[in-house]
Design a protein around this ligand. Structure first.
Ligand code: BDP
Length: 327
């Protein structure tokens, strides 16, 4: 009896101490996969600085860059569960958790980056955000991640037949595996950090990414043909654990939201510049780039990927149509 009482008193004291701590100052931890100097890294550091500034130091954020706190699918789980508060995530690996967010991973769904942002800033973005929030992740703002294209170590890709038989690394998402299979290749889902070695040792023949990641990871050193398929235009979020955000005071909510929006503005500016410098850097080092004259056959091959997604999520057909009809 006494032991029980003691235990519950200690428990209550701990809860009070925690609550007191939370009310006075919160220390958050944030995850980011990218290296120093990468647009997202700079923008996440800016976010941390702005959060501290706008909350008068009542909320501070320690950023962990370079994926040091684990791979992306694990980090997404950590933020959903509240083991981490903040993350800069690509919507690719969020898709398997929130079907609404997976719509952005349908190949060729966006015409270009501007189209993607028009969708995100409208009803489509609200629907995606709602789906994510229901899974414990609130997107505070959207980052640019450009368009992803194929690269490999042996030849330029101009038609689906060039992908046939190739082992291609993709992010963890069945839509991407389906995409590679429909082109006749063999998909190999793998964590970002493992791709360089896999390309180098021939575990995979190729991969796909935007210019800045192709450059920052050194993949261009071991896979020197970059073919502008631009098959995926996937946004990224500055995401927060939903319970953490919902428990904030209105003033703190506004401060954190503002900081995220300002961080995204900076990220997009840096992104545009980095796309150009990364491209120039890899081309100067000898990478062979090719435009794909006719992307029609790649797009046509994606019909089964859309069908699979829509038959698993028939209620999301209006969202797909909304995106396709957004100008
Ligand atoms: C980069 C994204 C990053 C992904 C990576 C990947 O910014 O979030 O982890 O691609 O391919 O462009 O895994």
């Amino acid at each position: 009896m006494y032991e029980k009482l003691k235990t519950s008193l200690i428990g209550a004291a701990a809860v009070l101490a925690l609550a007191g701590h939370a009310a006075s100052a919160a220390e958050w931890r944030g995850w980011n996969i990218h290296v120093e100097g990468y647009p997202n890294t700079v923008a996440m550091d800016k976010f941390a600085e702005l959060v501290a500034e706008k909350t008068g130091g009542e909320i501070t954020l320690q950023m962990f860059h370079g994926g040091t706190l684990g791979n992306q699918p694990d980090a997404i789980e950590q933020v959903r569960l509240g083991a981490l508060e903040i993350g800069n995530f690509n919507l690719g690996p969020i898709g398997p958790i929130a079907a609404e967010a997976n719509v952005v991973s349908l190949p060729f769904i966006f015409k270009d980056v501007a189209h993607m942002f028009r969708v995100l800033n409208g009803e489509g973005g609200a629907k995606i955000a709602e789906g994510m929030a229901a899974k414990g992740l609130i997107p505070l703002s959207w980052y640019d991640a450009g368009a992803r294209s194929f690269y490999n170590g042996t030849k330029p890709i101009n038609a689906p037949a060039d992908v046939a038989g190739m082992k291609v690394r993709v992010m963890n998402n069945d839509l991407y595996s389906g995409m590679i299979s429909e082109l006749g290749g063999n998909p190999s889902p793998m964590a970002f950090a493992e791709v360089y070695q896999a390309l180098k040792t021939g575990v995979v023949d190729g991969a796909e990414n935007n210019w800045p990641s192709y450059e920052s990871t050194g993949h261009f050193e071991v896979a020197g043909y970059y073919s502008l398929s631009q098959h995926l235009i996937i946004p990224e979020c500055l995401c927060i654990n939903a319970d953490v955000y919902n428990a904030l005071s209105d003033a703190h909510k506004a401060a954190v939201k503002e900081a995220a929006v300002e961080s995204a503005e900076l990220q997009r500016e840096l992104w545009t510049a980095r796309e150009a410098t990364s491209r120039k850097m890899v081309e100067d080092s000898g990478v062979v780039t090719n435009e794909i004259a006719d992307k029609g056959p790649f797009q046509a091959a994606m019909a089964p990927v859309y069908e699979t997604y829509l038959s698993a999520n028939p209620e999301l057909r209006p969202l797909v149509e909304l995106i396709q009809t957004t100008n």
